[in-house]
Design a binder for this molecule. Structure first.
Ligand code: SF4
Length: 219
C-alpha cells in the first residue's frame, strides 16, 4: 500500500473535502512567511535576549512582553535544552503507513517535532497537527524499530510548545485520518462548519458561503 504524506493526513483530519481539492492542486506552495516563522523555532535563545524593536521587526506574532514571558516559561521547562539543540533539522521520516518531514528531531531517544507557523489553541494542539504529530512519531518508531511515545508541536511565532502523546484518543484520530486519505475517491460533502471554512484556502472552489459573505448577502 502506498505511503500517505503527513500533509494529507492533516488535511483529512481538517476536512476530507479540502484534501480532495488539494490533491487536484498539487502546485500550491506554502506562503513565503511560513519558512521565516519556522526559522524562529531555531532561534529561541537569541529571541529571548532580543530587544522590543528586534522582536517587532521579526515574524513574532505576540507583543514583545508576552513573547518574552512565553519564552521565559519555556526556558524553565525540561524540553528547553532539547528543542534549542536539536539532533537534526528537516528530516524525512518514513513509516509503514506514512511519511513526512520532522522539522526537528530532539532528545535521547529522539522524538519528532512539528513546527507550526500558526497560532496555538488555548490548550493542547489543533487536531490536524495532532494527527500529523502522531504520524511523525509512528514513522520514526518504524524507522528506528523502537517505541516513540510522544511528539512535540512548536508554535514559534507565539513562543508556545506543546506535547502530543500517543494516547488511545490521538491514535484513533490518526487512524481515522489515514483511512480517509486512503479511501478518498469521490468529492466528500461540505463540512457546514463556518469556522473551518473561513480559513480554508479552497473555499471559493468549494462554494461555501463564509460568515462574512453571508452577512453581506443578508443571510
Ligand atoms: S471550504 Fe469548508 S467544506 Fe469546503 S473544503 Fe474548505 S473546509 Fe472543507
Amino acid at each position: 500500500m502506498s505511503l500517505v504524506p503527513l500533509s494529507e493526513l492533516a488535511r483529512a483530519a481538517y476536512c476530507p473535502r479540502q484534501l480532495y481539492y488539494a490533491r487536484q492542486d498539487d502546485e500550491r506552495a506554502p506562503p513565503p512567511e511560513v519558512s521565516s516563522i519556522r526559522t524562529l523555532a531555531f532561534e529561541y535563545p537569541q529571541l529571548l535576549a532580543a530587544s522590543d524593536e528586534e522582536l517587532r521587526s521579526s515574524p513574532v506574532a505576540s507583543s514583545p512582553t508576552t513573547y518574552r514571558a512565553n519564552l521565559t516559561r519555556l526556558r524553565d521547562r525540561d524540553v528547553w535544552d532539547d528543542i534549542t539543540d536539536p539532533l537534526a533539522r528537516d528530516t524525512l521520516v518514513t513509516g509503514k503507513d506514512c511519511r513526512g518531514i520532522a522539522h526537528k528531531l530532539v532528545g535521547d531517544p529522539p522524538i519528532p517535532v512539528l513546527v507550526s507557523p500558526g497560532e496555538p489553541p488555548e490548550r493542547g494542539v489543533w487536531e490536524p497537527q495532532r494527527v500529523r504529530a502522531v504520524g511523525l512519531a509512528k514513522a520514526l518508531a518504524w524507522e528506528r524499530e523502537e517505541a516513540v511515545e510522544r511528539a512535540i508541536v512548536e508554535y514559534p511565532a507565539y513562543g508556545i510548545v506543546r506535547t502530543v502523546r500517543l494516547t488511545v484518543h490521538n491514535t484513533a484520530a490518526y487512524r481515522r485520518a489515514l483511512t480517509i486519505a486512503r479511501t478518498l475517491d469521490f468529492v466528500p460533502p461540505r463540512l457546514g462548519n463556518s469556522a473551518k471554512c473561513e480559513s480554508c484556502e479552497y473555499r471559493t472552489m468549494c462554494g461555501v458561503k463564509t460568515r462574512s459573505l453571508k452577512s453581506l448577502l443578508g443571510f
